[in-house]
Write a protein that binds this ligand. Sequence first.
Ligand SMILES: *Cc1c(COP(=O)(O)O)cnc(C)c1O
Length: 370
Amino acid sequence: MMNIPFGDAKRQYDAMREELDAAMREVFESGWFILGEQTRRFEEEFAQFCGATYAVGVASGTEAIRLALLASGITAGDEVITVSNTCVPTVAAISAIDAIPVFADIDEQTFTMDPTQLEARISPKTRAIIPVHLYGQCTDMIPLLEIARAHKLLIIEDCAQAHGAMYHGRMAGTMGDAAAFSFYPSKNLGAFGDAGMVITNQEQIARNAKLLRNYGQEMRYIHRIKGYNSRIDELQAAVLHVKLPHLNAWNARRREIALQYHAAFESRGIRCPLEAVGREHVYHLYVLRVPQRDRFQVLLHTKGIQSLIHYPVPVHWQEAYAECRSQGACLPVTERGASEILSIPIFPELTDAEIEYIIQTVIETYEDVS
Ligand SMILES: *Cc1c(COP(=O)(O)O)cnc(C)c1O
């Protein structure tokens, strides 16, 4: 029996140890740890990778969403439409500025925001939409952009799971007014701690985000607005600079593994994730939908395969968001999906033998529970 973890940051470190150690040592020896040359260079490289004009390094993905909202002029009492089947931080960033999260249901096939459910959730207080490019696949942005334009709403893309994902030739994060990325260690591009990035083509948003992350400070001791301390570390920027050139190859490897899974599972009737036409999925997660999910998961674990659920409890069911619970009536697809989804390991360093073991074991377990 094999033992396969859900993710393994150590394998990636081992493969690039010398380069990473040298980059970190360079920071230690420079004696400069906050907002310096490493940050400036990585911001420039990441903006270029995405095809955006501006990139602003911040403390985390959650902070990237929060600062992007604030930098775009969203304030307390504004309604922001997003989805309920997301990582809680998407919504935490909205509530952190006392804006009001409103949930639109998701599309049955892609698990991303269903644009046809959007218009009914718009009120006179709605100011912005946060589509979450969940699991590594872009939301259907063309209809969404049209609705946003018609109602004069801002779009902040949550790209925490979608570094390098494409939508009809456009890069995730470049379709809305601004976008937020997370470099949490397990993301497709991960730091050695917390880090995040706001990208935008709008100078005003970039300028505001830069002020907000650094106590509202324009130059030393001159504070133009009330701000925060929410900066990316030089150390994380140095690590991410080393890793960024590998991102395309890592995403390609994830896609290759997904293709193997798909080919093996689909013919057995196992419900695989769908890559919608015109979208290039980067498979941050590979999410199956299985009957008797909880039993399925226990069986997989006894056979040495770690799996996770993204996410077992939609945000509107969380105790912290009890005030949102009544919105569940509008979210039938979200509620149904939460009991079926299961994420199996997909990361670039999986070996071919491990992939084969996962395929055989998932098929065998599926037959057991069916
Ligand atoms: C990881 C994640 C975040 C939050 O990022 P942090 O860097 O952990 O703050 C936000 N949204 C989604 C969809 C995520 O997956």
